[in-house]
Design a binder for this molecule. Structure first.
Ligand code: PXG
Length: 292
């Protein structure tokens, strides 16, 4: 059975799921998206992802032609149609079809796309050994120009940083903000542990406030591990006891080297493991339930 993709209320076979070349999502990256996961027929933190999608849309003055409740139903129906239990869900809303000019007023109706597919997991080995990553020259977008909190279809900033990582044979890139402080990775947030306390760049550093990041902070607080959203520089990363990244796709992944500096003892840390276990527990419990 071919995968079915939701486009503007219709389910189309993967091969026939196409949109206009005049869609401003393609012409200008004018649109917003979310990456969501389901675990055993439970859509993890669906409300939080939907809220963030509508906030991104609100800021770019994009009118999503569905209520949040309708959007939640559409996500669940798409998963059901494809009989997926453990899935990756890509929710996309573009400005819609317009002409070749920038003017968004020419786009009369936003395009809503929901793609659900099997989740491709990172190799287990990476979670056991930890990542070796680098900092890159490409700065994270300045929030006053394009706020990283808007999860827009324009991901070139992150892709440029990813290319730098790839060119250096590295698995991920840490991006700085325009002040030289640590912001985040290309598709993940960054955490360190020092003296049994958790630190992560504050939202004011110009990051996407990841939903996995929020979960990890909650898990830490519950485990009585003090968690700080703060300013971090490279020196503090290099001298951390532990380091890890968080994101919907990666979940929690340990980091053992940054710019050639070994982090802690060079192995994934104890508190990182504890948080990974805590995260595993909630993924099977939290979210919108659906039956396939
Ligand atoms: N920072 C950035 C810049 C992101 O794009 C995260 C942090 C983590 O946020 P969540 O809410 O997922 O904890 C993201 C989101 C992919 C992929 O396919 C992942 C993201 C974005 C686009 C694609 O790996 N991560």
């Amino acid at each position: 059975m071919s995968l079915k993709v939701f486009i503007d209320g219709k389910f189309l076979e993967k091969e026939k799921a196409k949109i206009s070349v005049f869609d401003h999502g393609l012409l200008y990256g004018d649109g917003v998206f979310e990456g969501i996961r389901s675990y055993k027929s439970l859509v993890f933190k669906l409300k939080e992802h939907i809220d963030r999608l509508y906030e991104s849309a609100h800021t770019i003055m994009l009118n999503i032609p569905m209520s949040k409740a309708q959007m939640i139903k559409a996500v669940i129906n798409t998963l059901k149609k494809n009989k997926l239990k453990d899935a990756y869900i890509r929710l996309i809303v573009t400005r819609g079809v317009g002409d070749l000019g920038l003017d968004p007023r020419k786009c009369k109706l936003a395009t809503v796309i929901i793609i659900t597919d099997k989740i491709v997991l990172y190799p287990e080995e990476l979670y056991k050994k930890g990542l070796k990553i680098i900092t890159v020259a490409t700065l994270r977008n300045v929030p006053e120009a394009l706020n990283p909190q808007i999860k827009s279809l324009n991901y070139l900033n992150n892709i440029m940083a990813k290319i730098e990582a790839i060119n250096s044979g590295s698995q991920e890139a840490i991006m700085m903000n325009s002040l030289g402080f640590v912001a985040e990775c290309t598709g993940d947030n960054l955490f360190i542990i020092k003296n049994k306390q958790l630190y992560t760049p504050a939202q004011a550093m110009g990051i996407l406030r990841g939903i996995t990041r929020d979960c990890v902070i909650d898990i830490a607080k519950e485990a009585k591990i003090p968690a700080h959203e703060c300013i971090l520089n490279r020196h503090e990363i290099f001298n951390a006891d532990e380091c890890f990244l968080t994101g919907t796709a990666a979940e929690i992944i340990p980091v053992v080297s940054v710019d050639g500096r070994q982090i802690g003892n060079g192995k994934p840390g104890e508190i990182t493991h504890l948080l990974m276990q805590g995260f595993k527990k909630i993924t099977g419990k939290d979210g919108e339930k659906y039956k396939v």
